[in-house]
Design a protein around this ligand. Structure first.
Ligand code: FAD
Ligand code: MG
Length: 344
C-alpha cells in the first residue's frame, strides 16, 4: 500500500520536474529508493552529476550502517549482541547526537524505543495492539540514558535495543548536502522522503520553496503551506506517514516513550526548520510527542535564529502555529481548513 503512494509521489514529482525545467542548463535529478522511502536529489551547475553521485553514495553507505532490520548493519549488530566493540564513525556520531536530543527533549526522543516499535509491528508491517501488561514489561527496557558510548564502542543493557529511524534521514540529509558542497555545488534540493535539505538558494538567487504536506489528506496536491528556505533542512513528522487502523482506532508510528502508545498530544503534524538536518529530524519526532505548549516552551528556551530551529505546529483542531523566525518565510495555503498564528 505504501509502495503505491510512493510510486504516485514519484510520478507526480517527475511530472512537476519535467514541466518545470527548460531544455538547456536545467537541473539534474536522480531518484533512489533508500531507507524505505523514495528520495529525489536535484542539483544545478556543471558538477551536478558528481554532486548527486556523492550524495547518493553517502545515503547508501548510511543505510547499510543504520538499518535496524538489515543483518549486516551496525545497528543490527548492536541490538543482537548488546553492543559492539567498534562501530563506524557515522554510527557513533548519530547515536551521540540522538542521546543529546534525548536530553534536550526530556526523553521525548528515545532511541531505545525499538522493543515497543516492534511490539506494535511497525517494522514488520504485522500490526498489533499490545496489551497493558506487555507494554509495561517493554517500557522497563526503554531508557536512552542506558546507552553507553565508549571510544568507538557502544554497549546496551540486556534486552535494550535501539532504533535510529527518528534521526537517520536527517543525518543522511546533512551528509548528502555536505557531499554536494564538497563537489562545488552551490544550489541543490534533496528530498529524503519528507525530510527536505536545501543547499544554497535556487540558481537565480531566490530561496527554495518547500511544500509542507496537508495533514488532513497528505496525498492531496493542495499543500498545507510553503516554507522559504536557504541552506536549511525542512523536516516534517506526521501521524499520517505510517499508521494502521484497528476497531475504528488509528495507531501511528510516533510513540510516546512515557506510555509506549502512539503519541496523543493533540498535534497532527510538526515541521522543524533549521540548518541541522539531524536536529530538525529528532525534534520533529520529539515535539510531536511533547505537544504544542511544551514544543513552544522548548523553542523559547533553545530555538530561534541563533541556536537554529523554528517550528510549524499543526493541531488536530486545525490551528497552525509558526514560531517568529518563520513568520515571513511561511505561507499558509489551505486557509479553508486551517488558521495561522505566530508564536513569539
Ligand atoms: P520520524 O518521526 O522521523 O520517526 C519515527 C520513527 O522513529 C518511528 O517509525 C520509529 O521507528 C521511531 N520512533 C517512534 N517514536 C519514537 C520516539 N519517541 N523516539 C525515538 N524514535 C521513535 N522501514 C521499513 O518498513 N522497512 C525497512 O526496511 C526500513 N529500512 C530503513 C532503513 C533506514 C536506514 C532508515 C533510517 C529507515 C528505514 N525504514 C524502514 C523506515 C523506518 O522504519 C521509519 O519508519 C522511518 O525512519 C520513519 O521516518 P519518518 O520521517 O516517517 O518519522
Ligand atoms: Mg524524526
Amino acid at each position: 500500500m505504501n509502495t503505491v503512494k510512493k510510486l504516485s509521489a514519484l510520478l507526480l514529482s517527475l511530472s512537476l520536474l519535467l514541466g518545470g525545467c527548460g531544455a538547456g542548463g536545467g537541473p539534474k535529478t536522480e531518484y533512489l529508493f533508500a531507507m524505505d522511502t523514495l528520495m529525489e536529489l536535484t542539483a544545478y551547475g556543471k558538477n551536478a552529476g558528481e554532486g548527486i553521485r556523492g550524495a547518493a553514495s553517502v545515503i547508501k553507505e548510511l543505510e547499510g550502517l543504520l538499518s535496524v532490520t538489515d543483518q549486516g548493519s551496525d545497528v543490527f549488530a548492536i541490538n543482537r549482541d548488546g553492543g559492539a566493540e567498534s562501530v563506524a564513525p557515522h554510527t557513533r556520531s548519530l547515536i551521540a547526537e540522538a542521546l543529546l536530543l534525548g536530553d534536550m527533549t526530556g526523553g521525548a526522543l528515545d532511541i531505545t524505543i525499538y522493543p515497543i516499535v516492534k511490539a506494535w509491528g511497525f517494522t514488520t508491517g504485522e500490526h498489533n495492539v499490545p496489551g497493558d501488561a506487555e507494554l509495561a514489561g517493554l517500557l522497563s527496557k526503554v531508557n536512552y540514558s542506558d546507552v553507553e558510548l565508549d571510544g568507538s564502542g557502544v554497549s546496551l543493557p540486556q534486552g535494550v535495543e535501539i532504533d535510529l529511524g527518528a534521526v537517520a534521514k536527517g543525518y543522511a540529509g546533512d551528509m548528502a548536502a555536505q557531499a554536494m558542497r564538497d563537489s562545488g555545488i552551490a544550489s541543490a534540493i534533496l528530498n529524503l522522503g519528507g525530510n527536505v535539505q536545501t543547499v544554497g538558494s535556487r540558481p537565480d538567487g531566490s530561496p527554495w520553496r518547500v511544500a509542507v504536506k496537508n495533514p488532513l489528506d497528505p496525498g492531496r496536491e493542495d499543500y498545507l503551506g510553503v516554507v522559504l528556505a536557504e541552506d536549511m533542512a525542512v523536516v516534517t513528522s506526521g501521524g499520517y506517514e505510517r499508521f494502521f487502523e484497528r476497531d475504528g482506532e488509528t495507531y501511528w508510528h510516533i510513540i510516546d516513550p512515557a506510555t509506549g502508545r502512539p503519541a496523543d498530544s493533540g498535534l497532527v503534524s510538526v515541521t522543524v526548520v533549521g540548518p541541522s538536518g539531524v536536529l530538525c529530524d529528532g525534534l520533529s519526532t520529539a515535539l510531536f510527542v511533547m505537544g504544542r505548549d511544551a514544543a513552544l516552551a522548548l523553542w523559547r528556551e533553545r530555538g530561534g535564529a541563533d541556536s537554529g530551529f523554528d517550528v510549524i505546529l499543526v493541531t488536530e483542531s486545525g490551528r497552525v502555529t509558526v514560531t517568529a523566525g518563520l513568520s515571513d518565510r511561511f505561507t499558509l495555503l489551505d486557509t479553508e481548513n486551517f488558521t495561522l498564528d505566530v508564536a513569539e
